[in-house]
Design a protein around this ligand. Sequence first.
Ligand code: UDP
Length: 234
Amino acid sequence: MDRILLKISGEALRGKREFGIDPEVLNNLADDIIKNMKNASIAIVLGGGNFFRGRDAEILNLDRVDCDYMGMIGTIMNSLALKSVLISKGVGCELFSSLDIAPINNYYKDDAVKALDENKVVIFAGGTGRPYYSTDTAALLKASDIGASKVLMGKLGVDGVYDSDPRLNPNAKKYDILNHRELIENNLAIMDLSAAVIADDNNIDIIVFNILEENSIERAIKGEISHTLITRRG
Ligand code: UDP
C-alpha cells in the first residue's frame, strides 16, 4: 500500500478557538484518517502553532531556544490528543517523539516502519527535536526515513502555492506544479526552505492543499483536490 505522510499545522486544530485544540476538529480529523486507512498507510506530523511558536519569543521577550522547546512540546500535546481519539475509536496507533519524554516512545525509524507495516497509524511528535527548525522540516525528514511516496501538506484555507499571498492579493497566481528548486529560488513562503531542500535531496513529492475543503484528505490522497504539486520533475 502507498505510504504517505500527512502534515497538518497546529493552527488547523484550533478551529474557532483562540488557543489549543477544538475537540470537534480533532474528532473529524481522526474520522478522516480512519476512513483513509484503506487508501494508504498513514503517518502524521502535527504542528504546534496552536500552542506556541518560536518566533513569538521576540514579542514576549523570551529566549528563542526556550520558546522553540515550548513549540515542540505543543506538537506533543496535539499528537497525544490525536492518538487518544484514534485509540478511543479502536484504531491501532503509535506515537513516536523526537523529544525525549518518558514514557512516550522515542523516535526510532525501524519501530515506526514496523508500526506502519502492522497497519497502524503513526504519529511523529516533537518536530525534529531541535530548536530553530519547524514541523515542516520534521515532516520531510520523517517522510524520507520511512520511504513515504509523498507528503500531503494540509494548509488552512489555501489550496496551493501562489506567487503572492492570495488572502491579501486577489490577483495572486497559483502554481499547479513547481520543482523544489523553483520554490527555494523564488523564496515562496509556503514551507521552510530546509524542508524543500530535504524534499529535493530525497526526491519526495509534496502536495499542498486546503485542509478545510470537503473530504480533503481522501481527495488529496487520490490527487482529486485542487493543489500544487512540488516535485523534482516538471
Ligand atoms: N519547533 C522547533 N523545532 C522543530 C519543530 C518545531 O523548535 O523541529 C518549534 C518552533 O518554535 C515552531 C513550533 O515548534 O515555531 C511549532 O511548530 P511549527 O511552527 O512548525 O507548527 P505549525 O506552524 O505547523 O503549527
